[in-house]
Design a protein around this ligand. Sequence first.
Ligand code: AMP
Length: 429
Amino acid sequence: MNILVIGSGGREHALAWKLRQSPHAERIFCAPGNAGTAEVGENVAIPASDLEALVRFAKENHIDLTVVGPDDPLAAGVVDLFTAEKLRAFGPTKSAARIEASKIFAKELMRAQKIPTAEARTFSDSSEALRYCEKAQFPVVIKADGLALGKGVIIAADATTARSTIDEMMNQRRFGQAGQRIVVEEFLRGTECSLHALVDGKNYLLLQSARDHKRALDGDHGPNTGGMGAFSPANNWNSKLQSQVEAEIMRPMLRGFLQERIQFRGLLYPGLIITSEGARVLEFNCRFGDPETQALLPRMKSDLLPLLEATIDGKIEDCSIEWDARAAVTVVLASAGYPGKYETGKPISGLEEAAKLKDVQIFHAGIRRANGEVKTSGGRVLAVTALGATVEDARTRAYEVVSRIHFENCHYRRDIALGAVAANIDQLS
Ligand code: AMP
């Protein structure tokens, strides 16, 4: 099979790397890809936003399966375009992708199915939202309805912050159309967990649990980023929670889609917060997580390709996934300043030697290779994933590898998965 992966981050490198191992895979293309995807396949200079050019490429190159990495092309309807041309694509249609692209749509669906989530009010009028916040219990969480590059969620500790956030989002249009409507919801306390599921319209198959680290700095300080690291399995996950999530979240969610006459086929993952009363949904994502994918796929022993095909064909019920019992820890190396301003073009050393180490995978994100030199070209530069008998072993190994890779102004968190290491649980909780 010829495969096209759309996107250019660490997640897409991990997807292309895993698909490369399939005996059914022939050529793998990545649009636009990065230096890592160029090692496992062929990069194509088409941006993920140029949907027409992607369809054209797939037709001309006899692509049998397209896998969409990021949320933007899904929300823009890339899968609908491919399907209209009788091309197979993995990911939800535009109407199904609204589960991530509109927080209000997600809230309404959850409310209709009584899915546990934060109490929320939605507003399309800023003066009404401001009036509501005069009487609210703080902190509250204010969310732009639409996609805002992961920056559209603000935790407002007091009325002053709430007022300025509402004004920025709704009146000044800081996130453009995405902030035209907002959700104001109760602040939930607990630990977070990502649960990926392959959903084929009728049934679902859960992947292993994972946790990510969104803040830029150690101790969960600093601004939110795309993700500074992840580990799997999650230390706050257990079979009781899984039963609750299946009964109260996954099954009602699939029922909700069907009631809305939406056939969701693709990857659905609820971002969960585990409170003292059980799991609550913070948000729904409709694609593989980044960096969770970089921690999950090295643990997946099964071939990913038939799983993606079964999802598209409505046959996930017949599938199961074999997992490596070992833990995975992923540490993201970023350019200093990320997610704000940062410099690029810094030479990277130690990469090739590190990539040869056993049970270690290096996934590229912002790396450019030119004239035999490897240089930084983005905010998140690469991710190091290590496997180990325990989270502690995997963590030690991942940081050992990190210490061998160098570039000027390299920034990474020192506490990825630290909370899951037995000796630190008491200290950190
Ligand atoms: P979201 O994009 O909705 O997942 O929000 C991004 C991050 O904001 C989450 O990963 C949480 O850390 C935080 N967050 C969102 N909603 C809430 C909430 N209701 N209570 C507490 N934290 C939240």
